[in-house]
Design a protein around this ligand. Structure first.
Ligand code: BGC
Length: 576
């Protein structure tokens, strides 16, 4: 604790106001965001006390607030109050105290801290509240009919100049809409109701960098085509999925790729290098380029080394070195933001693999040279785990028996993705990641609406019956992952939805298959995984249960019209 011995008699006051950056919280229809910060210091030669009055000028905040700023010099917070303070380098994050997560419109909170410094003690140039810059005024969000910014008017989505990475690249920015996915969605009945959502572009083979003629699977536009189109759209951010590791998808077959287990050199020189070269073009400097890095790979090294290919990839370092290389090259882009895949609660939500997974991710980040190459992590990518289970929590007991003892949870510590992602974020920070990291949750297919959605908690007194009747996730087993029957579109993509979460995103483009339900020969390396076969009775990873997969599915990545229609019908929140 720092106790000032001498104080200047007069307090130095500085009000921090307009910085000229717009305030729109993208995709939150009609939501207004805005805030005011008044920052005052009481300083002496080596330390100071800072006082902050923060006012929420926007819509009421109900599930947590986060105030952030960068110090200009070597100021270091030694003690803070009325909020949880964390500092990484010059970046300070203050989150709400656990007992005070809401901040109604026009309400103010006062916080304070003690800090050390030397040299000058400049006032921070900018503060953000849940990612929105505090300018002292508010701007309404886009209305549902608002076509969004035109190319000539990048307006509020214009990101800051290159070399100046923002904490949350999703905040106050319009996402890139992939025209190839949009065309497929628009080709389905009613598809135009969802086709305007931003989805990620998967770079699932070397040929996807330049683009291919064959649009049977992922479309024909290359990286440059997508980036140019993003500029044309006036988008603030674009999302790519880096997905081509040697020995890819080691515990399954449906998404095996083109590179063999010993192809790390090719991964670096023929895949990552050309991607990084294109993304580094100064033409794209004002676009936030978000790279989602290598789905399922690191978790497979933690839980699935009983599968031969996973054991090989662990032993030969191909995954860790490949991811380290990707993070380093793409993290070096002044406008590049890396999010590493972190499985989902039904995979690493047990004590036995939760901590080890965070360590495995740390090892990959360290292989890149710095944990600061990681902006954050993503959970539930291409999976179906419910965002929030409304009808019970992990602390619910049924007739004296914890829901953790149900067959469905099987001692897991989490019932849903939001609680898992927030807890895993804390774990990652505790092992050495920056306290500024944010989480993404893929909500493209975890809506679980429609007529089968339970309307309230069951009244059953048997714990298994209670959980099975109450849970909105209608899967047979949480280990089922392929083309799940009954699923619906989940939350629409939006920034800053909850504490610690940078955004809800649609990374798996809804309507693209997870794998073929029967063997379909192809030239992409894709295998036939029986977890995609509705007649298969399962393996040890899904408790030897039926797969719950839809029939009639094409190979992974290819358009699956029947699935898209079901996802629309079962959307939750329902489509307007
Ligand atoms: C496939 C990829 C595809 C992606 C997005 C993955 O399961 O393996 O080829 O790009 O899904 O649909």
């Amino acid at each position: 604790m720092h106790h000032p011995s001498r104080r200047m008699l007069a307090a130095t006051a500085a009000a921090v106001l307009a910085t000229g950056v717009g305030l729109v919280a993208a995709n939150e229809a009609n939501a207004a965001a805005g805030c005011r910060v008044v920052y005052t210091v009481n300083q002496w030669s080596t330390g100071f006390t800072g006082d902050i009055a923060l006012t929420n000028l926007g819509d009421p905040i109900s599930n947590g607030w986060r105030l952030e700023w960068n110090f200009a010099g070597n100021q270091r917070v030694t003690q803070g109050w009325s909020g949880t303070f964390a500092q990484s380098g010059q970046h300070v994050t203050v989150t709400n105290p656990s007992w005070s997560a809401s901040l109604p419109t026009n309400q103010s909170v006062s916080l304070g801290f003690n800090a050390d410094y030397s040299g000058t003690n400049a006032t921070p140039a900018q503060f953000t509240l849940n990612g929105t810059v505090c300018t002292g005024s508010t701007t309404p969000g886009p209305s549902p009919s608002d076509p969004g910014p035109s190319p000539s008017d990048p307006g509020p989505s214009a990101p800051p100049p290159p070399g100046n990475k923002v904490d949350n690249p999703y905040a106050s920015a319009q996402g890139y809409r992939n025209p190839e996915w949009q065309a497929k969605a628009n080709g389905e009945p009613g598809g135009s109701r969802v086709a305007n959502n931003p989805t990620a572009v998967w770079l699932d083979r070397i040929a996807a960098i330049e683009g291919t003629d064959d649009s049977s699977s992922n479309g024909s536009m290359g990286v440059r085509d997508h980036l140019d189109e993003a500029l044309r759209q006036g988008a603030g951010y674009i999302q790519f999925v880096i997905y081509n590791l040697p020995g890819r998808d080691c515990s399954a077959l449906a998404s095996n790729g083109e590179l063999g287990v010993n192809d790390l050199p090719r991964y670096k020189s023929e895949y990552i290098d050309p991607i990084a070269r294109i993304m580094a073009d100064s033409k794209y400097a004002n676009l936030r380029i978000i790279n989602i890095v290598e789905i399922d790979s690191l978790p497979n090294l933690v839980t699935n080394t009983n599968v031969a290919t996973c054991a090989t990839m662990k032993a030969n370092g191909g995954y860790v070195q490949g991811i380290g290389y990707a993070l380093q090259k793409l993290g070096a882009l002044p406008n590049g933001y890396n999010y590493v895949d972190a499985a989902h609660h039904g995979w690493i939500g047990w004590d036995s693999n939760f901590g080890p997974s965070a360590q495995q991710m740390l090892a990959a980040a360290q292989a890149s040279g710095s944990v600061n190459n990681v902006t954050g992590f993503i959970t539930n990518t291409a999976n179906y785990s419910a965002l929030t289970e409304p009808n019970f929590t992990i602390n619910t007991s049924v007739n004296g028996t914890s829901v953790r003892q149900s067959k469905w949870l099987d001692w897991n510590q989490y019932v849903d993705e939001l609680t898992f992602a927030q807890a895993f974020r804390n774990q990652l920070v505790s092992v050495g990641f920056s306290s500024t990291i944010g989480m993404l949750i893929d909500t493209s297919r975890n809506g679980w609406g429609g007529s089968a959605r339970p309307t309230g908690p069951s009244t059953a007194t048997n714990v298994d019956t209670f959980v099975n009747q109450s849970k909105i996730d209608r899967r047979i087993h949480a280990g089922n992952w392929c083309n799940q029957s009954g699923a619906g579109l989940g939350e629409r993509p939006r920034a800053n939805p909850a504490t610690g979460i940078d955004a809800y995103v649609w990374v798996k483009p809804p309507g693209e298959s997870d794998g073929s339900s029967t063997l379909i020969p192809n030239d992409e390396g894709k295998g036939f995984d029986r977890m995609c076969d509705p007649t298969y009775t399962g393996n040890e990873r899904n408790g030897n249960n039926p797969t719950g997969a839809l029939s009639g599915a094409p190979i992974s990545g290819a358009w699956f019209s029947a699935q898209f229609r079901e996802l629309m019908a079962n959307a939750y929140p329902p489509l307007s």
